[in-house]
Ligand binder design. Structure first.
Ligand code: ATP
Ligand code: MG
Length: 435
């Protein structure tokens, strides 16, 4: 007897919220990318890939599913991502698994697991879907896409500058000019510890003036309070001890070097002493690139230095810097501009039994020559087929009627000028127009 699938056996699993078959839809916060959108996505991904190639950054691909412990240890239990946003479940072997909410922890795990760091510093990029159980809204989904850069084994302040410049220049190359780069230094671990103690003591005296979220963070992740979007908390924070004042001379000097490096490249930035990243493993440089055009979800790219992470995940102490960019937010900014078309180069039109039999092999040959070829399989008259070919945006139409099928001389019509000439079936490769 065939085994019933596991979800049919699990009668205890509540079926609430799962609609009847005929209404099946994507889960909340999960988005289909339809063909008109994927052309644009492919363009964006190709731009990023080329940009990384020029920077000699190599691609790494890691699984979407990892042990939950990787993120718990790598991101930190006190963060929103681990505390509230992860898609975690037990697999059939009762292991706790999580759909990756971000890329850094996985890249670091892979680098340690495969001994990449023993081969020297690594400049790696990744791209793909990430999963966070958040409230969906403009620029915020539950499955979203990031590209990210991770430079592992780089301590020099010039690597911070290079990493930021790679992000900035990619955004410029995409034609996004109206962006702000905000910069901060979180200092060394010691700086941060001293500052955190001072901040907590100061805020504890004013706890009743904090919003509920921030009150909770006071115990779990106090630096994140600096990042609060709550207006009253923000007002209070303007009077709080300043992170910049807590930096040691060495940290301050490092911060100055990063600023000088960016200035030398002509990359404008704004120092924001309240910028802290949501993740625990950041120190020294932290940055975000934001746009006013995105409303509440303003951050397109966020990153910084995470010197403590490799060691935290079981590797040797390794200085690292990196960033991640949200592609949905990039898409919102790109809007309709730069939209590439997905028109065919050629449409093959044919009429009559012998001609129609030739259409598929001719299209195949042209595809082998590198052309994007559409075949009109409608069986409608030549006139209708040609009209459709004209509308398709294709440059060429190849016409095959009974006469062409018999003579082996096809008609090649330039749809931009309406000029036609014949082209020999056996000589397509030689006679195809080179533009
Ligand atoms: P936010 O403050 O917007 O929640 P974050 O600090 O959680 O961002 P990171 O973990 O730094 O974000 O991720 C890097 C980038 O990935 C963000 O700047 C954003 O562009 C994008 N991103 C993060 N979460 C989402 C999401 N749920 N939907 C779409 N894009 C996202
Ligand atoms: Mg977030």
């Amino acid at each position: 007897m065939a085994r019933r699938p596991f979800w049919a056996e699990r009668q205890d699993v509540p079926r609430r919220g799962i609609p009847a078959l005929e209404q099946l839809q994507t889960l909340r916060g999960m988005v289909d990318l339809l063909p008109e959108a994927t052309a644009h996505w492919q363009w964006l991904e190709a731009m990023a890939r080329e940009h990384f190639r020029r920077a000699c950054v190599h691609e790494i691909r890691t699984p979407l599913l990892e042990a939950t412990d990787l993120f718990a240890r790598g991101i930190g239990e006190a963060t929103d991502v681990v505390g509230k946003e992860m898609y975690s479940f037990l697999d059939r072997g009762e292991r706790s698994c999580t759909l990756r909410p971000e890329g850094t922890a996985s890249v670091v795990r892979a680098a340690i697991q495969h001994g990449l760091l023993s081969q020297g510093p690594q400049k790696l990029w990744y791209g793909g879907p990430m999963f966070r159980y958040e409230r969906p809204q403009g620029g915020r989904q539950r499955q979203f896409h990031q590209i990210g850069l991770e430079c592992l084994g780089f301590a020099d302040s010039r690597s911070d500058v290079e990493a930021i410049a790679i992000a900035w220049d990619l955004l410029q190359a995409l034609g996004l000019t109206n962006l702000q780069l905000e910069l901060n230094s979180l200092g060394s671990q010691d700086d941060r510890r001293a500052y955190r103690d001072g901040l907590v003591a100061w805020l504890q005296e004013r706890q009743d003036q904090l919003d509920a979220d921030s009150q909770q963070r006071l115990a779990t992740n106090p630096l994140r309070i600096l990042d609060s979007k709550h207006p009253q908390t923000q007002e209070l924070l303007s009077l709080a001890p300043n992170l910049e004042d807590a930096l040691s001379p060495a940290s301050r000097e490092r911060y100055e070097q990063v600023k000088a490096g960016l200035s030398a490249l002509g990359i404008p930035f704004l120092c924001n002493p309240r910028l802290v990243r949501g993740l625990d493993y950041y120190g020294h440089t932290a940055f975000e690139i934001t746009s006013d055009a995105l409303g509440a979800q303003a951050t397109v790219c966020g990153g910084g230095r995470y010197d403590g992470l490799v060691e935290q995940l079981g590797g040797a102490p390794t200085a690292c810097v990196g960033w991640a960019m949200g592609l949905e937010r990039l898409m919102l900014l790109l809007g309709q501009e730069n939209k590439p078309t997905s028109s065919p180069d050629v449409v093959v039109v044919s009429q009559g039994d012998r001609a129609e039999a030739l259409a598929v092999p001719v299209a195949r040959q042209l595809r082998q020559l590198g052309q994007a070829v559409e075949i009109d399989l409608s069986g409608s008259g030549f006139g209708k087929q040609l009209k459709r070919a004209g509308k398709s945006g294709a440059r060429w139409a190849v016409l095959i009627g009974e006469e062409e099928a018999t003579s082996g001389q096809l008609q090649l019509k330039d749809l931009s000028s309406s000029e036609s000439r014949s082209i020999a079936l056996g000589q397509l490769a030689e006679e195809w127009p080179r533009l």
